[in-house]
Design a protein around this ligand. Structure first.
Ligand code: 5GP
Ligand code: ZN
Length: 114
């Protein structure tokens, strides 16, 4: 997807503030952080929304979740805790149409979310 912002991060056309990378997953700091630690974990494969996740993506989505947990642990925020979020489409507040897991940590989160 040449016009996708996050695909451009994967290809290196845009250089993200990278915090983690493996064969399938990339993670970088959010440009507009909502917590002291705000990282986006994305699959290298372009998947537009959670509605497009299928059986072939099961391991990939697990790898994203595991990456988020290990980033939180590396930052020393696993014990204090963190929040992970995936927004889908308009009502979910999705603005970038390449799936991403938000990892937020370093402050007390509120519930219910806005
Ligand atoms: P969504 O609203 O789709 O769940 O989340 C998209 C996230 O991408 C937002 O938190 C937004 O701040 C972040 N974002 C948008 N453009 C950029 C960018 O160019 N670089 C980075 N690092 N994050 C971005
Ligand atoms: Zn993409």
């Amino acid at each position: 997807m040449t016009d996708c912002l996050f695909c451009k991060m994967v290809s290196g056309e845009i250089e993200p503030d990278k915090v983690y990378e493996d064969d399938q997953v990339l993670a970088f700091r959010d440009i507009n952080p909502q917590a002291p630690l705000h990282v986006l974990v994305i699959p290298k494969e372009h998947i537009a929304t959670l509605n497009d996740v299928d059986d072939t993506h099961r391991l990939l989505v697990g790898q994203m979740v595991q990456a988020a947990a290990s980033i939180a642990a590396r930052a020393g925020m696993d014990g204090s805790g963190y929040r992970t979020i995936m927004n889908c489409n308009a009502d979910g507040g999705q603005t970038v149409f390449h799936i991403h897991l938000h990892l937020l940590a370093g402050r007390r989160m509120h519930w219910p979310p806005g």
